[in-house]
Write a protein that binds this ligand. Structure first.
Ligand code: PLP
Length: 367
């Protein structure tokens, strides 16, 4: 109650039951950031140049998006997308987080069911809850965290969900799913919107874009972002790729200027410099091999599959290891409280020299 004796009005019932989705994002600047799967060396120099060259006129006017969807299409074709992709099959978002929000807003009615897996990316659940949807999260299977395909198929047969969310490779387990399997799932549930979160596909090559024909598979929506691999997390820009009608519907619940002009300028520069991203991905894959070999020879329990991250089970309690690494300026992400992987932490993979620094500290602090 405030001093006037009034209480502020209640939000929608679904919102009153939510807690704000917050990640520990303060004070990370000078540290070795292996906690959020970001690019650890920054974007292409062309991106920094585009941002520095930003004019006062560009700051003063509302953003313009002319040509950006075309640039996304060119980049997708360059990176293996099936020919024929059109600009009206691309939606622009203020990061894929905003895309996730928009999909739930456009497709999720109260009482509808969303089908997904567990553990997976943390933002799906609050978006489902804010719509009042029910969530069916099927656990990954066994020591290798295999995709629970039979259980997902059975759930669809029993009753097709409104939304099926597949993170491929999955964050944080790295679980990979063959693109054809995703197309088969989509074909088995034509009334379900199948969302494929492909933020880390550059590290696996398992994208559905080379094989998906969106006119035949019209219930598929693919997410790509410039946050992680391309190194633009601070600018917020991501893409949805799918059937023009699906793109239209998510566009209806997105604000007209949600993507800002600096992000647009940076995106043009990033999309035009695919070789920079390719070189970074190649270095991360080398660093991943080095790290896995180092963990194996030191006898440290770990799980590594797709993506620029892996899971490690320390000997000491994970909170202590987190704290000790932080004191050395190295950030990792504890998985405490996450189903199936409670007790481990996720470490993002940077360059080989960054991983050498991480491994040296880990082996010293977790002895
Ligand atoms: C980081 C992440 C996102 C959010 O990406 P942004 O484009 O930065 O909003 C979405 N999905 C997954 C699986 C992620 O790891």
């Amino acid at each position: 109650m405030n001093s006037n004796g009034f209480v502020p009005p209640e939000a929608r019932a679904a919102v009153e039951q939510l807690r704000a989705y917050s990640a520990p994002l303060e004070g990370r600047r000078s540290a070795l950031r292996l906690d959020f799967n970001e690019n650890t060396i920054g974007p292409s120099p062309l991106v920094a140049e585009a941002v520095r060259g930003f004019s006062t006129e560009e700051i003063a006017i509302y953003p313009e998006y002319d040509g950006l969807r075309e640039a996304v299409v060119r980049n997708m074709l360059e990176t293996g997308c099936r020919p024929g992709l059109q600009p009206d099959q691309v939606a622009l978002f203020n990061g894929v987080d905003a895309a996730i929000h928009a999909v739930f807003h456009a497709y999720g009615d109260a009482g509808d069911r969303v089908l997904t897996t567990s553990p997976t990316f943390g933002y799906y659940t609050p978006c489902a809850r804010m719509q009042g949807m029910t969530i069916e999260a099927i656990p990954y299977e066994g020591e290798a965290f295999t995709f629970p395909l039979a259980a997902v198929q059975a759930s669809i047969r029993e009753s097709p969900p409104r939304l099926l969310l597949i993170c491929n490779p999955n964050n944080p387990t790295g679980t990979r799913l063959a693109p054809q399997t995703i197309l088969d799932l989509a074909a088995s549930a034509p009334g379900t919107l199948v969302v494929v979160d492909e933020l880390y596909e550059a590290f696996t090559g398992d994208s559905v874009l080379p094989v998906a024909d969106f006119s035949a598979t019209s219930n598929l929506l693919v997410f790509r972002s410039l946050s992680k691999t391309a190194g633009l997390a601070g600018l917020r820009i991501g893409f949805g790729i799918g059937h023009p009608d699906v793109i239209d519907r998510v566009g209806r619940v997105t604000g007209p200027y949600d993507v800002n002009s600096v992000a647009v300028a940076a995106a043009f520069a990033a999309l035009a410099d695919q070789s920079y991203v390719d070189a970074y991905v190649a270095e991360v894959l080398r660093a991943r091999d080095w790290t896995v070999e180092a963990l194996r020879s030191a006898g440290v329990r770990h799980h590594c599959d797709g993506g620029n991250y892996l899971l490690i089970w320390p000997q000491r309690p994970v909170a202590e290891v987190d704290e000790a690494l932080r004191a050395e300026g190295i950030l990792i992400r504890s998985m405490a409280g996450k189903p199936l992987i409670d007790g481990c932490f996720r470490v993002s993979i940077g360059t080989t020299s960054q991983m050498q620094r991480f491994m040296e500290a880990l082996l010293r602090l977790d002895a």
